[in-house]
Design a protein around this ligand. Structure first.
Ligand SMILES: Cc1ncc(COP(=O)(O)O)c(C=O)c1O
Length: 367
């Protein structure tokens, strides 16, 4: 319970005591034993590039020095990759940190902010944390609804809208042409966060050239997924120079540690590793599709490293049963998405173990 004599702001006093995610480590502590299969947090099951491993090991030897707060080498490489200027790249401790920074840039208490109902919860967490008012629109056929998002921006006068493409938790995506059209018709004073955490796993049609000439568009990418560096906490935004300069005014300049910077830079240089991860994920998605067909379930087509499997009203119970068997899986938090469970593509061994437990427990929720 909050002690009201403590000098917390009204916003903080009004916040519910929630964390956006119960971590698998907490589940292990609760169960009193380790998990057997960890396919719930969309982490990579395929490790890191050997070049990243070497670079990170070397960086550990220099960890007594502060990191480069400008992440100059990494940002230079990212600028080359995206064909933009280094002043148009902001490095941060993952997309999660960037989401909070952008909210802080534009949201004042009570301001409306638009997102999709049931989409990536960390964004909502930051909106609440800065006193914003989340205006979330329903999905349409398991896709984020671009028309509804844009109508809600216009109805509320929001100056920030969030879109994950591909989406988490459903894994669906919109082609670049549609996203471009969506951005173009937004009001001039509305920023859009385009969260591309899973873009490496998506079909080619999702990619559009970075356009930093439009100051409304903030593209976010991460090293947590295809690069396999979730625990190193590193991601970046590509945006107009003025947006990056504004982020520079409020960001934690030392947030991206030395080891993470070195690993990300080396990983960027190992495109063969990345291609191989993407191929393994594609194979795993196909395996989940086949498993779903075998069990009479629908697997929602995914452009990510996870697949949403449609279970029906027993989805939550199924999650518990999986956990009782030491299999960690997550599910969307709200209806109608919560008829699904969301399974990350694990290693072939993890997939086999997941399939075996699923076959065993599914009849208890789908007689
Ligand atoms: C849509 C989306 N954005 C961002 C993140 C987190 O990215 P990062 O690890 O870079 O903070 C996730 C993680 O699952 C995600 O699903």
């Amino acid at each position: 319970m909050t002690d009201l004599s403590l000098p917390f702001t009204p916003i903080v006093r009004g916040l519910p005591a929630v964390v956006p995610f119960v971590p698998p480590e907490a589940l292990e502590r609760r169960n009193g034993r380790p998990l057997r299969v960890r396919v719930g947090a969309n982490e990579s099951a395929f490790g890191i590039s050997p070049l990243a491993r070497e670079a990170m090991a070397r960086a550990v030897d220099q960890v007594s020095w502060y990191n480069d707060p400008e992440a100059y080498e990494l940002r230079s490489a990212l600028a080359r990759l995206h064909g933009v200027a280094i002043e148009e790249i902001c490095a941060a401790a993952g997309i999660d940190e960037l989401l909070g920074l952008v909210v802080r840039l534009v949201v004042e208490p009570g301001d409306p902010v638009v997102s999709s109902h049931g989409s990536y919860p960390t964004f909502n967490f930051h909106v609440s944390g800065f006193g914003g008012r989340l205006c979330a629109v329903p999905y349409q056929g398991d896709h984020t609804d671009l028309e509804a998002l844009s109508a809600e921006v216009k109805r509320t006068g929001a100056r920030l809208v969030y879109l994950a493409n591909p989406d988490n938790p459903m894994g669906t995506w919109h082609p670049a042409t549609q996203v471009r059209a969506f951005v173009e018709q937004l009001p001039a004073d509305c920023l859009v966060i385009l969260d591309e955490a899973y873009v490496e796993f998506a079909p080619q049609e999702i990619h559009f050239p970075c356009d930093t000439s439009d100051p409304r568009l903030i593209l976010m990418r991460t090293f947590s997924k295809a690069h396999g560096m979730a625990g190193a906490r590193i991601g970046y935004a590509v945006a107009h120079q003025q947006v990056v300069a504004a982020l520079d005014k409020i960001r934690n300049h030392f947030a991206v540690n030395r080891v993470a910077q070195a690993g990300a830079l080396a990983s960027l240089g190992d495109q063969a590793f990345l291609r191989q991860v993407v191929q393994q994920v594609e194979a795993g998605r196909q395996e989940y599709q086949a498993l779903a067909a075998e069990l009479g379930l629908r697997a929602i087509p995914s452009g990510t490293n996870f697949v949403a499997l449609e279970i029906g009203p027993g989805a939550r119970r199924l999650l518990e049963l999986l956990l009782e068997n030491d299999v960690f899986v997550r599910m969307p938090g709200v209806a109608p998405l919560d008829r699904c469970i969301r399974v990350t593509v694990g290693t072939p061994q993890e997939r086999a173990a997941f399939a075996q437990v699923l076959r065993q427990v599914l009849p208890q929720v789908r007689p």
